[in-house]
Design a protein around this ligand. Sequence first.
Ligand SMILES: *Cc1c(COP(=O)(O)O)cnc(C)c1O
Length: 407
Amino acid sequence: MPGFELWSDAERKELMDVVESGILMRYGFDAQRKGHWKAKELEQAICDRFGARHAQLVSSGTAALTTAMAALGIGAGDEVIMPSFTFVASFEAVLSTGAVPVLVDVDETLTLNPAAVRAAITPKTKCVMPVHMCGSMADMDALQAICKEHKLLLLEDACQSIGAAYKGKSLGTIGDAGTFSFDFVKTMTCGEGGVVMTNREDVYTKCDAFSDHGHDHKGVDRGADLHPFLGYNFRISELHAAVGLAQVRRVDEFLAIQKTNHAALKGFLSSVPQVSFRQLPDAEGDSCTFLSWFLPTEELTRSVVAELKAQGILGGNFYWYDNNWHYIRKWDHLKNATALYPLNEAQRTALLHLREQDFSASDAVMGRCISTSISLLWTEEQVKEKGEKIVAAINKALKNAAVPSQN
Ligand SMILES: *Cc1c(COP(=O)(O)O)cnc(C)c1O
């Protein structure tokens, strides 16, 4: 999955340009920066590689989501529909704008179930936010149709799916806006960083200013810029952008390795008839950062997890159902509305309501799912060993389940 695994002289060289000039900031200091504009270059490279008309770099994927929502005009009183399986950043960003996160069920795509989205629409719904989890995509045709019909904004959280595509278009470039994260464990990294991509010029112009205190960036002197609206500081540094610039040039190399290792591992797991795989609305477009697979029941899945653990090979195999970061079941801080500061009343009410909401449809999916992360460093021999060990663990669990209990 992560680009950090292949750290190289390419990243060191880009960094050294910045270290030597000493200009660590992306704006200004034109005379001293020796022609290095890493953030600008990275934005152009992102537009070129992923086919977005505009790209605005920011300090993290979370900041990218917040910036995108601000630019789309999402705020107090608005509802944003998002999935029950994601990373905590998705709802953090919604809450930071004053809006209400409305969590709905996922299906075997591991992303938004379009029928659940439809059922959650109210007069307050402003935006649908699919999260393209674990390297692969939501059903974008269905979600676009819903957004069009109900005049809703579509914001793609593609933070985990850099380089994945749906019907030939890069994830993150299909909706009104989309985001990538370049944190340390994402497909390409800046160390920390993120980007908003959009084909809408109005959205881009707002992102550009919002992420730098509302500076309109129209003059030659940033200090004399006007502030057409309130902003914030979500700037990326040149140091971080330099790393990303080297990584974006290597992203196809990373994706090719992921695809090879993913296909090899899938070959092993496919030999077990009881194993099924994540549904992919466009299998061609999978970025293959993870192989996500299902067993027929939660009980069997738990015994496979226990078996993997007993053999010391659980690392890299994620059982999201029990995970604190990714699934509604363990988000007690969210469900109890535990914040350091007063939330607005609509947010508080909605969060406390999550405790009673029925997520059994999501549970039925996530309780049976294991995602195996795909390393860029595996040798063919190591994939084989991993595949055989996982298959052996599954077969052992299946055999134990088939034997009637003695007591
Ligand atoms: C990583 C991630 C983010 C946030 O990215 P950061 O750069 O870590 O802030 C948002 N959404 C999802 C689904 C992620 O995996």
